[in-house]
Design a protein around this ligand. Structure first.
Ligand code: PSU
Ligand code: MN
Length: 307
C-alpha cells in the first residue's frame, strides 16, 4: 500500500515496480541553496549522474498537498523560481501539506519522506548542524535530530564552516549517529576537503558502506549515517579565502539581524556573492560527486538482504 500523502513520478513508480535502487534528493538546495538557473541545471545533472550509476533519482518536494517523490521538469522549474516557496523541515511538513503550500524539503524533511517511500539512500550537498554561537542562540539544525532517529544514509560533503563543525560532531556522537568518511580519514568541510576533524570511520567502497549501514539497522539501532565525501581535489576552494568569506558572511548576517530558518539560506547566498560565484562552482561539483557515491551506495545496499 502506498502512503496516502505520497505521489510518485512515473519514473519512480516504475523503479519501485521493478524493484530498482532509488536515491532521494532534497529540494531546499534548489529553492534556497543556489541561484536560478544554476539550481535547475544542477538538479537535472545530479539526477542524470544517479541514473548513469545504476540507480533511479527521486527528488522530493511538497506540491498540491502531496509529498512528490520524483519531480518532472516543470515541477523543478517551479521550485527553482516560485516566490515564497517554503523551506520545510520536520516541524513544517504537516503544515505545508495540510495547507497545500509549495514546499522545498530540507535534509530533515527529505529523510522523513524518503523513509515513508522506503528509500534508504539520500544525496545532498551539506547537512545542517550546530551553528556557531549555539550555546546562546540554541540554533541547532533539526537535521541532526533527524539523523538520530530516521533510517536513511545521507551522503554529503560534510558541513560548512559557517557552522561549528566540532560541536556538530559532538552532537552526532551523543545521539549515536556514525560519521563515515570516504577516501580519507578526515571529515570534510564542504568547500574544502579537510575540516581539521577526523570522521569516526573511513569506508571507501560502496560495498563496505552498505555492509556497515545494514549491520547498524540489523542491530535495531535506528537513525541515519553521515557519509562524508570530500569535494573533488580540483574543485575545492582555497581554505584561507573561504575562512575569510565565512567570517564576513557571518558578520553580515549578524548586522542584518537574520535569525532562525533564514540564517542558512542567507549565509549560502552571501558566500556566493562574496566569492563572485566561484563557490557555486565548488558547490555544484561536490553535489555531483556525492551523486555518484550515493548511487553506488544505493546499488550496494540493494544487493544486500533487507534488514
Ligand atoms: N547546507 C548547505 N546547503 C543547503 C543547506 C545546508 O550547504 O542547501 C540546506 C539543507 O536543506 C539543510 C538546511 O537541510 O539547509 C539546513 O537548514 P537549517 O540550518 O535551518 O536547519
Ligand atoms: Mn536553525
Amino acid at each position: 500500500m502506498t502512503h496516502p500523502l505520497l505521489a510518485f513520478s512515473p519514473e519512480v513508480a516504475a523503479a519501485r515496480a521493478a524493484g530498482r535502487p532509488l536515491v532521494a534528493l532534497e529540494s531546499t538546495i534548489i529553492s534556497h541553496g543556489m541561484p536560478y538557473p544554476q539550481n535547475v541545471a544542477m538538479a537535472r545533472e545530479v539526477e542524470q549522474i544517479v541514473r548513469d550509476h545504476g540507480a533511479v533519482p527521486a527528488t522530493i518536494a511538497v506540491i498540491d498537498g502531496k509529498v512528490r517523490v520524483g519531480l518532472d521538469h516543470a515541477q523543478l522549474q517551479l521550485l527553482a523560481t516560485a516566490p515564497g516557496v517554503m523551506k520545510v523541515s520536520r516541524r513544517d511538513l504537516a503544515f505545508v501539506l495540510a495547507q497545500r503550500r509549495l514546499g522545498a524539503t530540507t535534509v530533515a524533511a527529505t529523510m522523513i519522506c524518503a523513509r515513508l517511500a522506503g528509500i534508504e539512500t539520500f544525496v545532498t550537498g551539506g547537512v545542517g548542524g550546530v551553528h556557531r554561537g549555539a550555546p546562546s542562540s540554541f540554533d541547532i539544525s533539526a537535521d541532526l535530530q533527524e539523523l538520530a532517529q530516521t533510517d536513511v544514509a545521507v551522503v554529503c560533503a560534510g558541513v560548512k564552516s559557517i557552522l561549528d563543525i566540532g560541536l556538530t560532531l559532538e552532537y552526532l556522537e551523543t545521539h549515536g549517529v556514525p560519521v563515515v568518511s570516504v577516501g580519507q580519514p578526515g571529515f570534510p568541510a564542504f568547500f574544502t576537503r579537510e575540516s581539521g576533524f577526523q570522521a569516526d570511520f573511513q569506508l571507501d567502497s560502496a560495498a563496505e558502506q552498505a555492509a556497515f549501514i545494514r549491520t547498524k539497522w540489523q542491530l535495531g539501532l535506528r537513525g541515519g549515517v553521515v557519509i562524508g565525501n570530500p569535494v573533488p581535489q580540483g574543485a575545492a576552494m582555497p581554505k584561507d579565502e573561504i575562512d575569510r568569506i565565512t567570517t564576513q558572511a557571518l558578520a553580515d548576517a549578524d548586522a542584518a539581524g537574520i535569525s532562525g530558518k533564514a540564517i542558512t539560506p542567507f549565509l549560502l547566498d552571501r558566500i556566493v556573492q562574496l566569492t563572485g560565484g566561484r563557490s557555486l562552482a565548488t558547490n555544484i561539483a561536490l553535489v555531483k560527486h556525492n551523486a555518484a557515491v550515493g548511487a553506488r551506495l544505493a546499488v550496494a545496499l540493494h544487493a544486500l538482504p533487507p534488514q
